[in-house]
Design a protein around this ligand. Structure first.
Ligand code: ADP
Ligand code: MG
Length: 862
């Protein structure tokens, strides 16, 4: 903060004190109808909020920057700041300014942060809002993640900081907590989640005690969980910031990585699961699959896409449910009609905990629960066990609904303080006060009629304002007609305002009654809120069941509309897809515009399939198609194919060559190699590996060599990963000559009437290498050039095989070519030169110059 000027007003002193307790948040300081920000906070916030930065100064003082926002619109402004990764501390007036002389007491009542916000303005209905904490020590690491807006709590045990960063990237939390001394972890998180709000927390908050106490208070056994430190940190942070109920938090769901198909960050990005590489939703897998009707379903579908299952039983249960929903469209449509009217129960639950519900939330809840009852009844007839389970978990909470409907008016206002909330006939006192106020109002309009008659002033009006309530207004020309019992209250430009004893008497009745009835209604409403809030666990379970049902029926809808089939999942390590289609490319091109393709992979061969073909032939699409179909199947969804037998995989790796990629910052080739390293060192017994043009980001010889060695490594790996390998390096097709489990295929192209026609059809065998020359000819490159190119190509091809008929590329050092000259064996001069060097006596420049000379000498000797 900029140094404040030496003398501050008492109010600004109060501000500075509050701010000093929340140095990392923007302090919203309540001043009457506004929240004001001062000093650096104002300078930071004004441009984000698009409000004017002004300054407050007395004559000789240094001006103090300030800006403000009206209190009634504060949520929208807070949402903007949270979106920009800021925190906001709300400093409220703790006393009524009307009753206090001098400075009003103020205190920070809440710190709103991106990961702890529950207001709808700051939440995307289709995206979870996680606050996550990560911890790593000798014994291993854990991520604890809480979605306060829905009550979801997750624990994910992980082994190292890379895995933690990777899992965090998948969770995509809005805010992260890490121990402030965990520098390596913090760096990994910063790389994985650029721009996320990262809080460095005192390590002491990462001791398990807090979480243990919380678990015990919920009747759970803390010893059933491990790695509770991270959860402690989250709970502590919520206590610091949110300062409202956490009753709706569910018991932690522990997500072992073993029961989920693991997708690293590069794979999620490359397969364009939630958004395309350009960041758009259209063109992603989610875009094709999302037919959800509720925000809860939308959020769960994302989770299913990012974490498919690895156990045949769980997948089978989902497939059964999808199948029965697909096969009974009429039934499904009737269920959908009920689902459409369902509100966001999960997030409502979150607001209930924070006691930030509106009267409409409560009546909406009753309406939703009625639909839940209907759904439950309609689902009971199902035979699919997973749907039966969903039905069993749907809790219509009839008791609560009855209570709400008995209490609340049909169409209550949003504001809980303005009256009109309670149903007529519920409470005798409310009814009586309402009568009184409405009769009083009638009587007051009668006064207007009476006084007009009595005074003969036809333009006389009874009016109301907030300053002095009801008054009689008489325009200037009629003032001589005003009787003696009118008491003057105010003079305006054209009229004078009066009151009479009778008017005052009724005003007291009306206003008093109105105030009392509002207070009473608010009280009744609050009671209902408290009662509903005691059922948060029930609500949470119901919300979860609704989400599951929504996702299953969304998958059934796509299956029906796009003619997907039920995949057969096995624990064999085998892939056999017949007439598979890429769901997204098909959705873009239309069913007729897509050419289906087969794929067979097996650890006994072909374990590795090399896919060649010219640019734009369809290699990348084919590769991704196999990966995406596997993923869809393991989500429990149907797949676009004529038939699909898929051996369950536990890791799916996708690596796309650098020039296809728009990675920023680091050299793209470096990124490519890091990801390749990641794949090679993390192969599991059930991996599927997609390598699309690796080695592209460097020189041709480098690239071919690396790609070749990688392919060999994968071929020899004991785990025998299944691999699809697309390359435009024709040289790599020679791999199949040498390795029994590597096979070649290519994407067929034809020349027709002088044009290249892409057939999009995968065929056995390598692509013709001369395709580039054909294209050059079609493009009009002169015949002599074409002829010469063909000649050179033949030379190159001839040279590819060595005397033994092996591809030259494949030569290993055990069988060196005879002509190779040994550096030191044949050249004693070089050795002598080296021996003479006294490194201690040289400057770096001299050393470099000398080294250069040696290199030149060595090359000449070659
Ligand atoms: P490559 O990786 O060989 O350069 P891509 O896989 O990127 O080629 O495909 C190029 C274009 O061809 C894509 O835009 C895609 O829309 C289209 N395409 C690919 N495969 C098919 C197919 N099987 N059916 C129809 N269109 C396809
Ligand atoms: Mg490609």
């Amino acid at each position: 903060m900029t140094t404040p000027p030496p003398k501050l007003t008492p109010m600004l002193e109060q501000y500075v004190r509050a701010k000093s307790e929340h140095p990392d948040a923007l302090l919203f300081f309540r001043l009457g109808d506004f929240y004001e920000m001062f000093f650096e906070d104002a300078e930071i916030a004004a441009p984000i909020l698009d409000v004017t930065l002004t300054s407050r100064s007395k004559k000789d003082d240094v001006p103090i920057p300030m800006c403000g926002v009206p209190h009634f619109a504060v949520q929208a402004y807070i949402a903007k700041l949270l979106a920009a990764g800021k925190k906001v501390a709300l400093c409220e007036q703790m006393q009524d300014p009307a009753t206090v002389k001098g400075l009003v007491e103020r205190a920070v009542v809440r710190v709103v942060t991106p990961g702890t916000v529950t207001e709808e303005e700051s939440l995307d209905p289709k995206v979870p809002n996680f606050l996550a904490a990560a911890q790593l020590d000798g014994a291993g690491g854990t991520i604890a993640a809480v979605d306060l807006s829905t009550g979801e709590v997750r624990l994910v045990p992980l082994s190292d900081h890379r895995a933690i960063a990777d899992e965090l990237a998948r969770l995509a939390p809005r805010e992260v907590l890490a121990p402030q001394d965990a520098t390596e972890l913090i760096t990994a998180i910063e790389v994985a989640l650029p721009g996320v709000l990262l809080n460095r927390i005192p390590p002491i908050q990462f001791t398990p005690d807090g979480a243990e106490t919380w678990l015990r208070s919920r009747g759970a056994d803390p010893t059933a969980f491990s790695g509770l430190g991270a959860l402690s940190a989250v709970l502590w942070y919520l206590g610091q910031t949110h300062r409202a109920g956490l009753e709706h938090l569910r018991l932690p769901e522990v997500q072992g990585r073993a029961d989920r198909l693991h997708l690293d960050q590069a794979t999620r990005r490359n397969l364009e699961l939630l958004s395309t590489l350009r960041g758009e939703r259209r063109g992603s897998l989610l875009w094709v699959l999302d037919h959800t009707l509720t925000p809860m379903g939308g959020r769960l579908l994302r989770q299913w896409i990012l974490a498919p299952l690895t156990q045949a039983a769980g997948i089978g249960a989902r497939l059964d449910a999808v199948e029965s929903l697909r096969d009974q469209p009429t039934w499904r449509h009737s269920l959908e009609a009920e689902l459409r009217g369902v509100g966001d129960l999960e997030r409502l639950n979150g607001r209930l905990a924070a006691a930030r519900v509106t009267p409409r939330d409560i009546t909406g809840l009753a309406a939703t629960l009625r639909r839940v009852g209907e759904l439950r009844r309609a689902l009971l007839s199902t035979t699919a066990p997973l749907l039966q389970q969903v039905a069993a978990e749907l809790d219509p909470m009839d008791d609560v609904v009855a209570d709400i409907e008995r209490t609340m008016a049909d169409d209550p206002p949003l504001n809980a303080h303005g009256g009109g909330l309670v149903r007529a006939g519920l409470d005798a006192q409310v009814d009586e006060l309402r009568q009184l106020s409405s009769h009083g109002k009638q009587f007051i309009s009668q006064i207007e009629i009476d006084e007009r008659q009595r005074t003969g002033i036809t333009s006389l009006k009874v009016r109301f304002n907030n300053v002095f309530g009801y008054y009689i207004e008489v325009t200037k020309p009629n003032l001589h007609l005003v009787p003696d019992d009118f008491r003057r209250k105010q003079t305006t430009a054209n009229a004078e305002r009066f009151v009479t004893p009778k008017l005052e008497e009724y005003e007291a009745k009306v206003v008093g009654a109105e105030e009392r009835v509002r207070a009473l209604e608010y009280e009744i409403f609050s009671r209902i809120v408290v009662e509903v809030a005691t059922h948060q666990l029930r609500l949470g379970r119901t919300a979860n069941a609704l989400a599951q049902f929504d996702v299953l029926r969304s998958l059934a809808t796509v299956a029906e509309q796009r003619q997907y089939i039920r995949p057969v999942l096995t624990h064999e390590r085998h892939v056999a897809i017949r007439d598979g289609r890429h769901p997204v490319v098909e959705a873009m091109a239309g069913r007729a515009g897509f050419v289906p393709n087969d794929c067979v992979l097996d650890p006994s061969g072909p374990q590795i399939l090399t896919v060649t073909g010219p640019n734009m032939a369809g290699k990348s699409t084919y590769l991704r198609q196999v990966a995406i179909l596997t993923l869809m199947a393991q989500m429990g969804g149907f797949v676009p194919a004529a038939s699909a037998e898929i051996g369950i995989v536990d890791r799916l790796f996708t690596r796309v060559g650098a020039s296809d990629n728009l990675a920023g910052g680091e050299s793209t080739f470096m990124v490519e190699m890091k990801e390749t390293a990641e794949i090679l060192s993390n192969l599991t017994p059930r991996s599927l590996v997609i390598l699309d043009e690796i080695g592209r980001g460097t020189s041709t010889f480098d690239g071919i060599s690396i790609a070749w060695a990688v392919a060999e490594f994968l071929h020899e790996a004991v785990t025998r990963p299944l691999v699809l390998f697309a390359t435009h390096y024709h040289e790599l097709t020679d791999l199949a000559r040498l390795h029994e489990r590597i096979a070649n295929c290519s994407v067929a192209v034809r020349e027709w009437k002088g044009e290249v026609v892409f057939l999009r059809r995968i065929v056995e065998g390598p692509a013709s290498q001369s395709y580039g020359i054909q294209v050059a000819r079609l493009a009009g490159v002169p015949d002599p050039v074409i002829a010469r190119a063909k000649q050179i190509l033949r030379n190159l091809e001839a040279d590819e095989l060595n005397a033994a008929g092996k591809p030259r590329l494949a030569q290993t050092e055990e069988a060196p070519a005879t002509a190779q000259l040994s550096l030191f064996g044949g050249d004693t001069r070089l050795r002598e030169e080296l021996a003479e060097i006294d490194v201690d006596q040289m400057t770096p420049i001299e050393a470099l110059t000398r080294l250069h000379a040696l290199v030149v000498m060595a090359r000449k000797g070659r």
